[in-house]
Design a protein around this ligand. Structure first.
Ligand SMILES: Nc1ncnc2c1ncn2[C@@H]1O[C@H](COP(=O)(O)OP(=O)(O)OP(=O)(O)O)[C@@H](O)[C@H]1O
Length: 369
């Protein structure tokens, strides 16, 4: 647990970077600090590992006032990951990751063995260990940065815009990786970003800062989107917040419909569900394993196997049991207007319409009111 008690940081030139911050970062959570440029996110983060000392107030890590701990020792308990990884360019990847264990007095052999294990944990091939940082892609370098920060198995991890230098697709992969890692590692992670989408995607709690280093709201992402504390937070979380809020609503309660289906060899498959919803004229083509391959538009008569060019590509697939946003997207992106629902193995289980999603949202809203 990390606790800020009335923490203020005023720099020598009179800038107040953090203004009377009171907050508790719960152990074992990913907490995100988000806000526009210059609102004190980095300064707040760096006060946790004593790279910056507060002007007043107290920071506690696991109940201990960090002023009482030696900064170098404190930092071994607190991993730190920064933008563009901050790797040592003249050390191999393996030696970069082994740095902190070596500083902690491990033998070279043990430190390297641990480093190799960590590369695997963050999804990098063992062969990468021999390379130098410049020989890796941006996303790979970030992974090494995460591995290095995890090397001493610190209970706390501070991450300052760690993924902002990579392209959006790689970034999403790294976010997923972090969520997966965290499910196993259960660290206390503080993650700084100026990207609200990233914040609500990975944060269990999100702290929104405003200019002058003032904490504007500290809440779970769903709460932030549905109930912004004031106009600043509302405009910061953006105009799509209603839609993004669907990421936090579960789709249970939606009655899946059926649609006529055809196998790749032209055989008509008997659906388990009645074709109750919308466009029954569209036919969904499934491969031999029951995974969707595309749609046949109404009026297209197929003799034998449907040809590839007759098939209309499907929209996004909605995996049963995931958030409602995916169900709406599947329906809106499907040429038939029917969102294709699949199980965890990607096999077709039914269809859903946008109207059903809207109805469910309405129902939930009424319940909440
Ligand atoms: N060493 C310093 N001396 C004076 N002012 C500073 C110093 N470091 C930061 N500041 C100021 O303190 C404020 C907060 O900076 P900080 O880096 O914490 O913001 P941030 O929210 O992390 O911004 P960004 O998203 O741009 O990194 C800014 O106005 C910044 O200019």
């Amino acid at each position: 647990m990390i606790e800020f008690q009335a923490v203020t940081k005023r720099f020598d030139d009179g800038t107040t970077a953090v203004d009377n911050l009171d907050m508790v970062v719960e152990a074992g959570t990913i907490t995100v600090f988000v806000g526009p440029s210059g609102c004190g996110k980095t300064t707040s983060l760096r006060m946790v590992n004593r790279m910056i000392e507060p002007t007043s107030g107290t920071v506690l890590v696991d109940g201990e006032d960090i002023r009482k701990s030696n900064p170098a020792l404190l930092r071994r308990r607190i991993g730190y990951v920064i933008q563009q990884a901050g790797l040592f360019p003249h050390r191999t990847v393996l030696d970069n990751v082994a740095t902190v264990p070596l500083l902690s007095g491990w033998t070279r052999r043990k430190a390297r063995a641990r480093a190799a294990e960590l590369l695997e944990i963050v999804g990098l091939d063992a062969a990468m260990g021999k390379r130098y940082p410049a020989q890796l892609s941006g996303g790979q370098q970030q992974r090494v940065g995460v591995a290095r920060a995890l090397a001493a198995d610190p209970p706390v991890l501070l991450m300052d815009e760690p993924f902002s230098a990579v392209d959006p697709v790689v970034r999403e992969g790294l976010q997923d990786e972090l969520l997966r890692l965290q499910a196993d590692l259960d660290k206390t992670i503080v993650f700084v970003t100026h990207d609200i989408d990233e914040a609500v995607r990975i944060g269990e709690k999100v702290a929104v800062f405003r200019k002058g280093g003032v904490l504007a709201q500290y809440a779970a992402p769903a709460e932030l989107l549905s109930n912004p504390a004031d106009d600043f937070v509302s405009s910061f979380v953006g105009k799509d917040r209603g839609y993004r809020g669907l990421s936090f609503l579960q789709a249970d309660g939606i009655q899946l419909g059926g649609v006529s289906t055809m196998g790749l060899h032209g055989e008509h498959l008997s659906g388990e569900r009645p074709s109750t919803v919308g466009g029954p004229d569209w036919t969904l083509v499934l491969d031999d394993d029951g995974r969707p391959r595309g749609w046949l538009p109404p009026g297209v008569v197929v003799q034998g196997e449907p040809a590839e060019e007759e098939l209309r590509p499907g929209g996004s697939l909605y995996t049963e049991g995931t958030a409602l946003r995916g169900a709406l997207d599947a329906a809106l992106s499907s040429p038939s207007g029917l969102g294709v629902v699949v199980d965890d193995d990607g096999r077709y289980t039914g269809v859903v319409t946008a109207q059903q999603v809207i109805d469910l949202i309405e129902e939930r809203r009424k319940d909440a009111a």
